[in-house]
Design a binder for this molecule. Structure first.
Ligand SMILES: [Zn+2]
Length: 158
C-alpha cells in the first residue's frame, strides 16, 4: 500500500513514514501534480478536501475527516487494514520517504552531537538527503506515542 498526502497532511505523512509506510508528500505540489503522481506511482491520495477535482479521477482517494494527526493515522491504518510492524518503524527518512541505510559509527563522527556519539552505536542515513538517524531520546518518546495510538486501536477492535 502506497500513499500520497496532500499539502494539508504533512504531519500524517510523517507518522506514516515513521511506521514504515511508503508515503509521498511535498508541501509544494499542486492538486493536479498530486493527482498525476498518484496515477503514475499507483498511490492512494489521502486528502482533507472534498469536491469535484478529486472525484471522477481514475485514482484511489481516501478522505480524512479528523484534524488530529494521531486520529488521522488511526483512521488510515484501520480503513486500509494496515498491519504496522514495529520492525519497520523508523526505517524511512521522515523528510524524503527514502529507506534508510545503516552507516558505520566512525563515519558519523563530527556530524552528530558529542553526547550522541558517545552513547549511541547504531546509526542510519538517508541516501537522498544524507540526514543521519539514531535511536535516542526522541525515538523513545515517539515510540511511546505510537504505542499509545496503536494500542488504543487494538482496544477499540476488541
Ligand atoms: Zn532524506
Amino acid at each position: 500500500m502506497k500513499f500520497i498526502c496532500d499539502i494539508m497532511l504533512g504531519k500524517l505523512a510523517k507518522y506514516l513514514r515513521i511506521v514504515g509506510v511508503d508515503t509521498s508528500y511535498s508541501s509544494s505540489l499542486s492538486l493536479s501534480q498530486i493527482i498525476a503522481a498518484a496515477a503514475a506511482e499507483q498511490r492512494t491520495v489521502l486528502t482533507r478536501r472534498t469536491g469535484q477535482l478529486l472525484s471522477g479521477q481514475q485514482i484511489s482517494v481516501y478522505f480524512i475527516q479528523s484534524n488530529c494527526p494521531q486520529e488521522q493515522l488511526h483512521a488510515v491504518i484501520r480503513h486500509f487494514n494496515l498491519q504496522p510492524d514495529s520492525s519497520r518503524f523508523f526505517t524511512r527518512c521522515l523528510l524524503c520517504n527514502e529507506l534508510l541505510a545503516a552507516i558505520e559509527k566512525a563515519a558519523v563522527a563530527g556530524n552528530v552531537p558529542d553526547y550522541v556519539f558517545s552513547t549511541i552505536n547504531d546509526f542510519s542515513q538517508c541516501p537522498c538527503c544524507r540526514k543521519i538517524y539514531w535511536k535516542g531520546t526522541h525515538y523513545g518518546n515517539m515510540l511511546k506515542r505510537l504505542e499509545q495510538v496503536l494500542g488504543a486501536m487494538k482496544e477499540g477492535t476488541r
